[in-house]
Design a protein around this ligand. Structure first.
Ligand SMILES: NC(=O)c1ccc[n+]([C@@H]2O[C@H](COP(=O)([O-])OP(=O)(O)OC[C@H]3O[C@@H](n4cnc5c(N)ncnc54)[C@H](OP(=O)(O)O)[C@@H]3O)[C@@H](O)[C@H]2O)c1
Length: 334
């Protein structure tokens, strides 16, 4: 087997591949050959040293999600078999301790931290569903209780989380408006069936804010789902909120700046934070997994795959992600 190691905080050159003997499963464990490892912006942050809470100090192995085929089953595992296709649960990496992420060809994990995958799911996407779909579903449906007919503004429209959010918003009967920082991505997103936004707006245009407001008949958005959350953009989002609207912040992509929150009072609106980890151990975790697996299996949700890279080409994959030109999910395959 082999795994990726971050040797020191820094650029993609700090990623290296370490070969190791094939692992044996302990009691209650399985070995999963990971055919699919979803890449996330958080992996870049971990490599740079901006996410130490999750990564710990180097050397560590990044990776928050994965899925694949069971190649060995340990003693006292009765409900998993060799050859079975599984998805790792959200907390599989953290259950192993910090720095034991999924950038590995073979992953030893408790059998209870795996979920059987439906036949209809291709091997390549088994480990790339949770971060997009559960981040969006957990916030919009579980926390926000999004209703049919409500208006949702989704920023960073080309990210897999945002595209998943658009699919979920449409599935639940809402209006989905996406914003992207890059004007050239608008036509590309419009041509992608997975990116089912009702409207797309490039925020590089001076009048983007007015365009967005017009799409709501001047009423503003009931829900804003945003990983940028800073500076002038945040000011404009606050002004785009409807009465009693909710602005959910789930990432820190933007650069902090002064923000005027006074419109929040007039609108009796709210700004709230969302972290996917809140799903773990909650009463809805199992139902959320089931919802996503079933909707992907029946084609209601379609993961937008931007590109796949062999796990051994992890440096190129990180360089590619860093450029920010991709639309959708990047996946490491082995
Ligand atoms: N809270 C949670 O639990 C949770 C869970 C999963 C992910 N996240 C967050 O969700 C966000 C998206 O994750 P991802 O893995 O899908 O990322 P990604 O594929 O790297 O997508 C990032 C996209 O964000 C947009 N963007 C806007 N401003 C940016 C900036 N200043 N720097 C970089 N990108 C910027 C760009 O899209 P456009 O070109 O379309 O504007 C970019 O393509 C990240 O912030 C991540 O940390 C949070």
């Amino acid at each position: 087997m082999y795994r990726v190691v971050v040797n020191a905080f820094g650029g993609p050159e700090q990623l290296s591949i370490i070969e190791a003997p094939d692992p044996s499963p302990g009691e209650g464990d399985v070995v999963v050959r990971l055919t699919s490892i979803g890449m996330n912006h958080a992996d870049l942050m971990a490599r740079r040293g901006d996410y130490k809470l999750s990564s710990g100090s180097p050397p560590f192995t990044p990776g928050l999600e994965g899925g694949g085929i069971i190649t060995a089953v340990g003693p006292n595992v009765t409900d998993r078999q060799t050859g079975q296709r599984v998805v790792l649960s959200l907390d599989a990496p953290t259950s192993k301790g910090r720095g034991q992420g999924t950038y590995q060809s073979h992953y030893v994990v408790a059998a209870s931290k795996t979920l059987p995958a439906p036949e209809a799911l291709p091997d390549q996407i088994l480990g790339a569903l949770w971060l997009p779909y559960l981040t969006a579903w957990g916030c919009l449906i579980w926390k926000q209780n999004l209703q049919p007919g409500q208006r949702v503004l989704i920023s960073a429209a080309s990210s897999s989380v945002a595209i998943a959010a658009a699919q979920i918003a449409k599935h639940y009967g809402s209006l989905a408006v996406g914003t992207t920082t890059q004007a050239q991505k608008v036509a590309k997103l419009e041509a992608m069936p997975e990116a089912c936004y009702d409207h797309l707006i490039a925020t590089s245009q001076d009048n983007w804010y007015r365009q967005a407001k017009q799409l709501t008949g001047g009423k503003g958005f009931d829900v804003i789902f945003d990983p940028v959350a800073a500076g002038d953009f945040l000011n404009q989002e606050i002004r785009l909120l409807a009465e009693y609207g909710a602005l959910w912040i789930y990432g820190l992509l933007g650069r902090p700046g002064t923000v005027d929150i006074t419109p929040i009072i007039r609108k009796r609106a709210s700004i709230r934070g969302w972290l996917l980890n809140e799903l773990i151990g909650s009463g809805v975790e199992a139902g959320a997994y089931r919802h996503v697996l079933e909707r992907v299996a029946d084609g209601s949700y379609r993961l937008p795959v931007a590109a796949t890279f062999p796990l051994k080409d992890v440096r190129q994959a990180h360089e590619f992600m860093e450029q920010g030109q991709h639309i959708g999910k990047l996946i490491l395959v082995s």
